[in-house]
Write a protein that binds this ligand. Structure first.
Ligand SMILES: NC(=O)c1ccc[n+]([C@@H]2O[C@H](COP(=O)([O-])OP(=O)(O)OC[C@H]3O[C@@H](n4cnc5c(N)ncnc54)[C@H](O)[C@@H]3O)[C@@H](O)[C@H]2O)c1
Length: 264
C-alpha cells in the first residue's frame, strides 16, 4: 500500500485547470501543504476556497503565476520562500494547447512561440527558479506533465507536439543533472483526459469538420482502447506516485497514462 506523504510543501502550476485542481486535492488529502499557481489569482483563490470546504485546516498558498514569464516565476519563488522556505515537490501541470490546427506551412510564428513559451520555456523557467528550493537527499522531486502528443507527432499540431516532446527530453536532462543530489525528475504523459482542455479541443475539431460535439467525441473516444477519456484523477494519482517514496528508484522517466492510445 502507498505510504501517506503528509506535511510536504508542494508547488503546482495549472492549479486552476482540470488536472491541476484534482492534483492539488490529491496532495491535500495526504496532508501536504500546497502552493497553487495559475494565470488568474481569482481562479486559484476559488479553488483554494473550495478545497478548504472539505479540508478546513489545509495550508494553501494561491499564487498568480505566468510560467512563460521569468519575472513572474521569480516573484513566485520569493512568495514560496516566505511561505515555506523550501519545497519537497514541484508539479508542473499548466500548459496551453495550439489554438487552431494549422500546417507547418501556415502556422504563425506568434502561435508557435505562444505554445512553446508556456509549455516548454515555462517548464524550463519554473525548474530554473524553483529547483534550488528542493533540498538534496530528502526525497524531493519534480514532476512535469507532457502528453501522448509528445510521444509522436500529429499533423497540424506541430507546436503543441514539439513542446511536449521537449518536456519529455527536458526531464531526462534535468534528472541527469540532479541525480547526485538525490533529487528525482519525471514526467507523466496523459492521453485524452476529460477536462476543459480536452473538451475545447473536441469542440474546435468538430467546428472545423462541421459536425456536432457529440459526434466528434464519439469519433475520438472510439480510438481509445479503453473507450473513454480518462478522469483527471488518473493523472493526479500518477503525479502523486512519482513524487512519493514509492517511486524512489524512478528518475528521467515519462509514465504513460492514456487508456492505451499510443499502442494502436
Ligand atoms: N486534457 C487532456 O486531454 C490532456 C492530454 C494530454 C496532456 N494534457 C496536459 O495536462 C496538463 C493539464 O491540462 P488540463 O487538461 O488540466 O488543461 P486545462 O486547460 O484545464 O488546465 C491548464 C491550466 O494551465 C493554466 N495555464 C495556461 N498557461 C499558463 C501559464 N502561462 N502560466 C500558468 N498557468 C498556465 C491554465 O490557466 C489552466 O488553468 C497540461 O500540461 C496539458 O498539456 C492534457
Amino acid at each position: 500500500m502507498a505510504e501517506s506523504t503528509g506535511g510536504r510543501a508542494v508547488f503546482i502550476t495549472g492549479a486552476a485547470g482540470g488536472i491541476g485542481r484534482v492534483t492539488v486535492e490529491r496532495f491535500v488529502a495526504e496532508g501536504d501543504r500546497v502552493a497553487l499557481a495559475d494565470l488568474s489569482l481569482e481562479a486559484v483563490q476559488k479553488v483554494a476556497d473550495e478545497i478548504r470546504q472539505s479540508y478546513p485546516d489545509a495550508d494553501l498558498l494561491p499564487l498568480e503565476v505566468d510560467v512563460s514569464s521569468e519575472e513572474s516565476l521569480k516573484a513566485a519563488r520569493a512568495a514560496v520562500e516566505e511561505w515555506s522556505g523550501t519545497l519537497d515537490v514541484i508539479a508542473l501541470v499548466g500548459a496551453t494547447v495550439q489554438a487552431f490546427g494549422a500546417s507547418v506551412l501556415e502556422l504563425t510564428t506568434e502561435e508557435w512561440d505562444r505554445v512553446h513559451n508556456t509549455n516548454l520555456r515555462g517548464v524550463f523557467f519554473a525548474s530554473r527558479e524553483l529547483v534550488p528550493l528542493l533540498p538534496a537527499d530528502s526525497g524531493a522531486s519534480l514532476v512535469a506533465v507532457a502528453s501522448y502528443w509528445g510521444r509522436s507527432g500529429h499533423a497540424f499540431y506541430s507546436s503543441y507536439c514539439t513542446s511536449k516532446a521537449g518536456v519529455i527530453s527536458f526531464v531526462q536532462c534535468l534528472a541527469g543533472e540532479l541525480a547526485d543530489k538525490g533529487i528525482r525528475v519525471n514526467a507523466v504523459a496523459p492521453g485524452n483526459i476529460n477536462t476543459g482542455m480536452h473538451q475545447a479541443a473536441l469542440a474546435s475539431e468538430a467546428e472545423e469538420r462541421g459536425i456536432s460535439f457529440e459526434e466528434m467525441k464519439a469519433i475520438e473516444w472510439a480510438k481509445i482502447p479503453l473507450k473513454v477519456a480518462g478522469p483527471p484523477k488518473s493523472i493526479a494519482d500518477a503525479i502523486w506516485f512519482l513524487a512519493s517514496d514509492n517511486a524512489s528508484y524512478m528518475t528521467g522517466a515519462t509514465v504513460d497514462v492514456n487508456g492505451g492510445v499510443i499502442f494502436v
